[in-house]
Design a protein around this ligand. Sequence first.
Ligand code: BGC
Length: 349
Amino acid sequence: MRQVSLRQSWIGRIRLALTIVGLPYAVCKPETRLQLSSSSARSFIYSRAATECVDTPYINTLRTMSSSVAPPPHLKSRCQPYPGSQIKRFPVPDDKVDWGQVWAQYSPVHHTDAVVAKRPTWADPDIGEFSPRFNSVDGGVDRTSFQGEYEVVQAAPLNPRGRTGLAGRGLLGRWGPNHAADPIVTRWKVDAQGQQVTHPGSERPVLQFISIKRKDCGEWAIPGGMVDPGEVVSLTLQREFSEEALNSLSVPAAKRATIHQCITKLFTSPGFQVYRGYVDDPRNTDNAWMETVAVNFHDETGNSVSGLPLQAGDDAGEVTWVDVDSSFPLYASHSHFLETVAKERHAHW
Ligand code: BGC
């Protein structure tokens, strides 16, 4: 663990030095938020190989945001109480989040939710009852992290962003990374005459995105979801969008085919990869955490997405178009993703 923190601080110092002298650093860190120069919208083509440093053809067009030099200590991952329970996490101050800080008194609460302990298909057995291959694609289950190699201590994987005050899996099914995908479907906001609406404050055009109200916590969110074992992320993006925003699971097969037809064009259009990496999610624990790939599919004319028959389904209680605006509170890290989209598209934020 000590080795890890020494290595991280060494890399951090080099990055900081390069940033101070104004040079973009080329150490490829998956979670780094990538900002594309406006003329270079990059197609979203994702495969396992994309988790490695394969952005080489685009490397000259990428700019890294200075805020990515040292990510702030996770906050939602230390929230009290743990979601879906009255359980209080062991309080972790900011300066003790890093595993590299020796803290003999640390005594995290152990918690694995009863739903997870019942072993639904999406959950792992307990440590000791199976032999997962961490840091690799294990059968159909992807146990690699966008953050790079994570530590496994006493057979349990360690959260790469540090302590959370809670050991076990909580509400998460997988030990280690739990992979999700977030489709951000956008269009420009128009008035009754079809003219683009400009925000009076920022004087920038307003974007809208399709948002769902999550049933589990009542918060507004991107209609994302978990990557199924063996599933490619591009498919998860389309499947989750259909299930949550178009209720595809509950419509007759014929209508499902129409929905599929209607959105396939959108989801096979070049998307803008907004983010991939660790998510500061309230369900995170010391041994299980969320990671996601967020991709923006934008309809410039609005002609194809405006006609989508929005209907909440699966984990979603409501679905609607929402203005992209910094004041609108969103689940987990979703606001950060939308901020990146707004900046990329020169829209109001
Ligand atoms: C959600 C995603 C979210 C991820 C991490 C998943 O359960 O469906 O929208 O980005 O968790 O918070």
